[in-house]
Design a protein around this ligand. Structure first.
Ligand SMILES: [Zn+2]
Length: 264
């Protein structure tokens, strides 16, 4: 049997938004606009053999530039989850947006292997990633850090499906960004799919509503299909920015800001 992990969602930031900001062409649904909170998470998978961090959150500067509320900086957020940068064997980046790679500097002095899809890396370090509608979702200095990690031999560029560690797999789904990935973690009670920004909100999956930031709309719908198939196969889907994650998985004994998705 494959290894299993405890899976945690760490809620490190938040913002107040509206449905019209969240969903692509929301007017098409002919519904009144409504307030919609957006939570910012990264995720931790650990067992006695290793700790793997999935995404790193935004940096204080990257969050402030966009008016986001940072609840915990990366190191305190890792501490809340019971870990620290030098205990992390691998950092998986689901995509290169500012709110997923901004905490990477805390791992600069560690031996952690950083993993992201090749397609994602090549897009954001190439000319199209600098065009306005793409570039505003990233920080140039953070893309430079990816380049430096790559030059230092610490950044693994993954193909469409990649084994991160026994029981942890990355699957490229695209849509939101060209190389957007989801991460499947073996856990007690069945696999957990960390959907990250392939599914920001459960409403995207449940009402087939694409998110407003999208590189390839058909790819985003196809990613919904792929993730629904995983759910039908018994996987528990963890949405990337939905306050409902706390309701669906939260436990009264969870540490503040840390939601236990699966305990073993
Ligand atoms: Zn994103």
């Amino acid at each position: 049997m494959s290894e299993q992990y405890e899976v945690l969602a760490v809620r490190y930031g938040t913002r107040q938004a509206t449905a019209a900001e969240i969903f692509l062409n929301y007017h098409a649904y002919r519904e009144p606009d409504r307030p919609l909170g957006m939570d910012y998470f990264f995720w931790v998978a650990r067992n006695p053999a290793r700790t793997v961090v999935i995404d790193t959150g935004f940096s204080p500067a990257g969050g402030a530039a966009r008016g986001r509320t940072m609840l915990m900086d990366t190191v305190p957020a890792l501490r809340a989850a019971g870990t620290a940068p030098d205990e992390v064997a691998q950092v998986v980046l689901t995509h290169a947006h500012y709110d997923h790679v901004g905490g990477l500097p805390v791992f600069a002095g560690t031996d952690a292997e950083v993993i992201m899809t090749r397609e994602e890396y090549e897009f954001w370090t190439g000319p199209m990633g600098r065009r306005g509608q793409f570039a505003h979702t990233t920080e140039a200095s953070e893309l430079d850090q990816l380049r430096r990690l790559r030059a230092a031999g610490r950044l693994t560029l993954a193909g469409p499906s990649h084994t991160v560690a026994p029981g942890i797999a990355l699957t490229q789904v695209g849509g939101h960004t060209p190389g957007q990935a989801v991460v499947t973690v073996a856990a007690a009670g069945g696999p957990v799919v960390l959907a990250s920004d392939a599914v920001h909100y459960y409403e995207e999956l449940e009402r087939d509503r694409p998110f407003s930031t999208v590189a390839d709309l058909a790819g985003m719908y196809a990613a919904f299909d792929q993730i629904r198939e995983m759910a039908e196969g018994g996987a528990r889907v963890v949405a990337g920015h939905d306050p409902l994650v706390a309701e669906r998985f939260g436990h009264p004994a969870d540490a503040p800001g840390v939601i236990s998705i699966s305990r073993d």
